[in-house]
Design a protein around this ligand. Structure first.
Ligand SMILES: Nc1ncnc2c1ncn2[C@@H]1O[C@H](COP(=O)(O)OP(=O)(O)OP(=O)(O)O)[C@@H](O)[C@H]1O
Ligand SMILES: [Mg+2]
Length: 261
């Protein structure tokens, strides 16, 4: 069966800095893939390449067997910082992707309304980003990425700016949305328990140049509630992933300090 997303032998350098080396992975339709790895190992660069915003030096990205050369409506991107337009309302921000893809219609408008309800923002359509909390802004961000109804949802540390409680609520929201829409999701996080909670598989990248160190399948039943975080199997997975990256995290902090000095 053709994988939904095929990442083949992706390598990338910025000048003399080698960032990614030979990354290959197949992601199945409807799979939730989390990506963890030390800071600076190339996670964002990898996702930007998959999104078609960045080009790689070698290799190829395919969605449904079709090579990616530029951004497209088949892939929705949620950035680490919310990048809402301050001059647009919640509604206008949410439909932005539809507008640039020329897809505003009665049907997509109705769908977008449902999406805002799904992320708990009904009633806030006319608010501007400055009038929202950080968590609400992230939910607009998520609704905007989902509004184009992408096949693949690419998320780069989408919850990192949130407080711990809002983050847990958003994790639940995201699994609910994912379960309903059954998208293929790529999700970068620094929080290992978040990766294990959300994912079908956790990809562990080693320090720069980023390579796949191990892919850990998370065999926990779904739907998962927050109580699963206390399950001994959950704790074992978290320990395992943490053990895989612990030394790399330490080394990469030291190395960045050397590169910068
Ligand atoms: N446009 C660019 N030009 C030059 N170097 C870049 C560029 N983008 C990223 N880099 C470098 O590539 C390396 C990987 O960056 P990237 O943002 O992909 O890491 P990351 O794994 O997402 O890190 P973090 O976890 O801190 O977000 C870093 O050393 C960074 O300085
Ligand atoms: Mg990053």
């Amino acid at each position: 069966m053709t994988p939904k997303l095929e990442v083949r032998d992706i390598s990338k350098s910025f000048g003399t800095l080698e960032v990614l080396r030979g990354i290959s992975i197949d992601v199945a339709d409807h799979e939730f893939l989390a990506i963890v790895g030390p800071s600076g190992c190339g996670k964002t660069t990898l996702l930007r390449t998959i999104a078609g915003i960045e080009t790689s030096d070698t290799g190829s990205i395919r969605v449904d067997g079709k090579q990616v050369t530029k951004p497209g409506a088949d892939r929705g991107f949620v950035f680490q910082q919310d990048c809402l337009f301050p001059w647009r309302t919640v509604w206008e921000n949410t439909i932005f992707g539809l507008e640039i893809n020329g897809k505003v219609s009665a049907e997509t408008t109705a769908r977008t309304r449902q999406l805002l309800q799904l992320v708990g923002l009904t009633g806030f359509e006319k608010y501007y980003p400055t009038q929202l909390s950080g968590g609400m802004r992230q939910r607009v961000n998520l609704a905007r990425a989902l509004a184009i109804n992408p096949e693949v949802l690419i998320m780069d540390e989408p919850f990192s700016a949130l407080d711990a409680q809002t983050r847990e609520v958003m994790q639940l929201e995201l699994t609910r949305i994912w379960q309903q829409g059954r998208k293929t999701v790529l999700f970068i996080t620094h929080q290992i328990d978040e990766a294990v909670f959300l994912a079908d598989r956790v990809v562990v990248l080693g320090r720069r140049p980023g390579r796949i160190k191990e892919v850990v399948p998370i065999d926990l039943p779904r739907p998962r509630g927050l109580a699963v975080k206390r399950d001994p199997r959950f704790v074992t997975y978290v320990d395992r992933v943490w053990n895989l990256i612990e030394n790399d995290v330490r080394d990469s902090v030291r190395e960045d300090a050397t590169v910068a000095s």
